[in-house]
Design a protein around this ligand. Structure first.
Ligand code: NAD
Ligand code: MG
Length: 347
């Protein structure tokens, strides 16, 4: 700890903030907080990929250690799997005594991959949307709802600091919901595994395979089980299942009522409970940390299998003919060349 000359026990209503990482969330947080009148510094690996972007936005990026040392509130917005090493090797020493450490996802703290110093406040603020939306809504005078939590309250002001930060993001213009590190982490992992990323992509692939194996054309199958999913999800998003039922035909509704429960039945739900149990008892995260530390051999193989699935081949060809999908098509090119993630990460 090198901090005593700069006791960070927050002195003002607007703590000096260090944003570590300038990706999806980091950029949106830094810009919104600066526009809300906070003193914001950005900490990045020297020469890292997002340093130019921070400079173009008017920040003077420093190292994570320098940024943390001058701040009262330090937000760790790097990818979750690098946070442990960053904290142990750099931030643990650099963060001033009595400062507030903030996360946008509770994984590292909840599973004790990071054990924050005893003198720190430790809080969570997670906007319920990708960084681009957090920034866009702020700029038009609105906000994205945020959830917040306190893990460790040494100053007696941890909750106030979390809500001040969420307010600076614009979240208070919409809604702030209190949660816990446990609830945020476990529900986030469950959602992305069982329903959003895992559940939805496996459902689509199985539907596509079923039609193609039955002799239907892959192009027709692609439209029916993947492309049209967007129409349904947009209706869910705008008005829940109620709105979907208003917009689809009676035939589609009747098919939904009689066939949906044949696909997702009690045995599916029992397996969802197993997935949740693996998350709750820490075994999922233990496997994921071991995989990451081993250099991602299985992750890479499983990702390649998804990228090589026939629905991806036919999808690329069809999307190239739908000119309104130009932006997505450029992402296709990127992922075909290096298997990179899509630009707007949400889960
Ligand atoms: P990201 O991958 O978009 O950006 C990460 C940033 O960290 C980049 O600037 C990268 O260059 C930098 N970085 C990577 N390794 C680093 C290191 N070792 N040292 C310093 N900087 C490093 O990440 P993101 O999606 O913004 O996620 C950040 C946090 O926000 C995560 O905890 C994530 O779970 C959480 N979160 C993300 C979303 C979302 O929609 N993307 C939503 C809520 C919460
Ligand atoms: Mg998630």
């Amino acid at each position: 700890m090198n901090a005593s000359s700069n006791d960070a026990t927050a002195s003002s209503a607007k703590p000096r903030i260090a944003i570590i990482g300038y990706g999806s969330q980091g950029r949106a947080h830094a810009l919104n907080l600066r526009d809300s009148g906070f003193d914001v510094r950005v900490g990045l690996r020297p020469g890292g990929p997002t340093s130019m972007r921070a400079q173009a936005d008017g920040f003077e990026p420093m190292t994570p250690a320098e940024a943390a040392a001058g701040a009262e509130l330090i937000a760790i917005l790097t990818p979750d799997m690098v946070q442990r090493q960053l904290y142990d090797e750099v931030l643990k020493e650099a963060i001033p005594e009595g400062a507030c450490l903030l996360f946008a996802h509770g994984l590292n703290v909840h599973y004790e991959l990071i054990k924050p110093r005893d003198d720190l406040d430790v809080v969570l603020v997670a906007p319920k949307g990708p960084g681009a939306l957090v920034r866009r809504e702020y700029e038009i005078g609105r906000g994205v709802p945020c959830i917040w939590a306190v893990h460790q309250d040494r100053s007696g002001r941890a909750a106030e600091l979390a809500k001040t930060y969420a307010g600076g993001l614009g979240g208070a213009r919409a809604m702030l919901i209190e949660t816990t590190f446990k609830e945020e982490t476990e529900t986030d992992l469950f959602g992305e595994q069982a329903v959003l990323c895992g559940g939805a992509s496996s459902l689509v692939q199985a539907g596509f395979e079923t039609l193609v194996e039955a002799g239907y054309q892959p192009e027709i199958a692609y439209y029916e089980v993947l492309h049209e999913l967007k129409l349904i999800v947009d209706l869910f998003y705008e008005g829940g299942i109620t709105r979907m039922l208003e917009f689809v035909s009676e035939t589609a509704q009747y098919g939904d009522y009689v066939s949906g429960p044949r696909i997702i039945d009690a045995s599916t739900k029992a397996r969802m409970k197993e997935v949740l149990a693996d998350i709750q008892d820490g075994s999922f995260v233990r496997r994921w940390v071991a995989e990451h530390d081993a250099g991602l051999p299985n992750y890479r193989a499983m990702k390649q299998a998804d990228l090589d699935h026939p629905i991806e081949q036919v999808g690329r060809e069809l999307r190239a003919k739908m000119q309104w999908l130009e932006r997505a098509a450029s992402a296709d090119k990127k992922s075909a060349s290096k298997g990179s993630p899509t630009p707007a990460k949400a889960a």
